[in-house]
Design a protein. Structure first.
Length: 543
């Protein structure tokens, strides 16, 4: 009789697909409530994974604490919602929250016992966490100035809400091969970053007799992580009413044809790459009940600088948006509460977070702008922040993330690696006026978007002088979106985290000294600088 063969171990993809087949992630809520009475030790591993469908991840270290991600379409919150989140942050999350690069908020240090109360309080003010994580359509991002920007092509708030309602808690899309990210933007800057989304929908104008017609174009297959790809342009001009069915059809293509055998190849970008944009477009057309218009105008010139910070006039006379810079995307409960009060007392009660981890208050009358700016500045949320603070992005790092190799930021006020680098740039290059973007990521997975930064820092582990392991950063340069879309060049240079502040100061000082004009940009500088020259600047070695 043949010996019984041992059971073959499941691959990550096999396990993920089994978990979803056996129970839809949307069905885990009752279990979550049950575990809140039984405690951390009772949670089954499969259900722990399903918690993601309600925005819940076990944080590092896996010892009973969770991160909870709020789902905030277009990054929008109202004053009453911010007041509740500030209270929950103070009571359960050790006093601080994180703004993400998808316009969400994340709370940390939560326990399973407290989750039902937290979800109930959030739901009472209209905030959900449903499908903020998991193999689902994630938060639909947009322009923080939708509806108020004097120069916007189209107020896309209704489209963001429509597409969000299409996908959230819809069982037709609650079991996708992997996460699925959508941006919908109506502003001329394309600040919603369509280039790095699975679907990027952007307003576009085409000439017509006597004027212009505004519609939308779409790109598909963008994404970062360890294998970054820029989204590819579909050859169609869409009317606003067509955006929802187009997103639904693309979601269905991904659901049915995305790779479910290998997690690292399961994103839409790999399907678009394998098929080619022509086949993908043909498959899309076959699923639509209308014939897409193929009269698509050329891609407009797009700026690299895309934020909406500072005091800006709105299209509504006498009103202003006030964009405030956070410090590395980390907000204290007191800051959250203040922002909500400022929005309620001086604006229309609306606040929107940005994908640069900052925030914008809307509809502040001219007479009240100075008071909003004064109180925000006192709370270390400047409206006139320098280029370093407004454009320095950092993921949560090893403090909370199970994948991170190094720390990035720590508790507010702590001297974290990212804080040390930001402080050095502000203190030693405070006069710097050129546009640059720095993104600090604790691992290769690019939640901190280091691939699209002028300088990207990716967490690595290095050998120290005595052979010990020390935290470090791999440096990329020259990434960006807009007119010069592309991913950063991997310099191969790995620095101990303690060496990063000085390295950045040397690099940007050299750019300033060698800039050919006031309009010269850092992207051009690194393009004409060799790897050897960059190595000398970053390491401080003689070239």
């Amino acid at each position: 009789m043949a010996a019984e063969q041992p059971a073959r171990k499941e691959s990550k993809a096999q396990r993920a697909e089994r978990i979803k087949r056996e129970k839809d992630g949307l069905d885990v809520l009752d279990d979550l409530l049950r575990y809140s009475k039984l405690g951390w030790e009772a949670i089954e591993p499969d259900d722990l994974d399903r918690f993601k469908w309600y925005g819940l991840y076990p944080q590092q270290p896996k010892a009973g604490h969770f991160m909870l991600r709020l789902r905030l379409p277009n990054g929008e919150m109202r004053a009453q919602q911010l007041a509740v989140v500030a209270e929950l942050t103070a009571r359960f999350a050790r006093g601080f929250a994180d703004v993400t690069t998808r316009q969400n908020l994340q709370l940390h240090w939560l326990t399973i016992e407290d989750i039902p109360y937290i979800l109930t309080r959030l739901a009472a003010v209209g905030v959900t966490t449903v499908e903020a994580c998991g193999d689902t359509p994630r938060n639909v991002v947009g322009c923080p100035l939708h509806g108020v920007d004097p120069g916007e092509l189209y107020d896309a708030r209704g489209l963001v809400d429509d597409v969000n309602r299409l996908f959230v808690a819809n069982r037709a899309f609650s079991n996708l091969p992997r996460k699925f990210k959508i941006s919908i933007g109506g502003c001329r800057l394309r600040c919603a970053q369509p280039e790095i989304n699975d679907i990027g929908v952007s307003a576009i104008a085409r000439p017509r007799r006597g004027g212009v017609e505004v519609g939308f174009e779409a790109v598909v297959g963008g994404g970062l992580s360890t294998v970054p790809r820029l989204a590819q342009r579909l050859p169609f001009f869409f009317q606003p009413w067509q955006v929802r069915p187009v997103c639904a059809a693309i979601g269905a293509i991904f659901r049915e044809h995305g790779n479910r055998d290998k997690r690292t190849a399961a994103r839409l970008k790999f399907l678009v790459e394998a098929w080619g944009i022509e086949r993908f477009a043909a498959e899309l057309v076959d699923r639509l009940d209308f014939a897409p218009d193929t009269d698509l105008p050329p891609l407009p010139a797009l700026p690299r600088e895309r934020d909406h910070l500072g005091v800006l006039p709105q299209r509504q006379p006498g009103l202003h948006s006030v964009g405030l810079a956070t410090r590395l995307g980390r907000l204290t409960a007191e800051q959250l509460a203040l922002v909500g009060r400022l929005a309620a007392e001086h604006g229309d009660g609306v606040v929107r977070f940005t994908n640069n981890q900052n925030l914008v208050l809307l509809s502040v009358p001219t007479a009240r702008v100075d008071e909003v700016v004064r109180q925000a500045n006192n709370a270390l949320l400047p409206a006139d922040a320098d280029i370093w603070q407004r454009n320095f992005v950092a993921c949560t790092g090893a403090q909370f993330c199970n994948l991170a190799l190094t720390d990035t930021k720590l508790d507010p006020g702590a001297d974290s690696p990212a804080e040390a680098a930001l402080r050095a740039l502000q203190e030693r290059l405070g006069h710097f006026r050129h546009f640059v973007r720095i993104n600090y990521n604790g691992c290769p997975n690019a939640c901190g978007q280091h691939w699209i930064a002028d300088v990207g820092l990716q967490g690595v582990r290095l050998k120290g002088p005595g052979g010990e392991e020390v935290p470090g950063a791999l440096v990329t340069v020259g990434g960006g979106l807009g007119q010069q879309s592309g991913f950063g060049r991997n310099t191969g240079i790995r620095l101990p985290l303690t060496a990063v502040p000085d390295a950045l100061v040397r690099l940007f000082t050299a750019f300033e000294q060698q800039a050919e004009s006031a309009e010269d940009d850092f992207h051009a500088f690194v393009g004409r600088t060799s790897d050897d020259e960059l190595r000398a600047l970053l390491t401080g070695a003689e070239s």
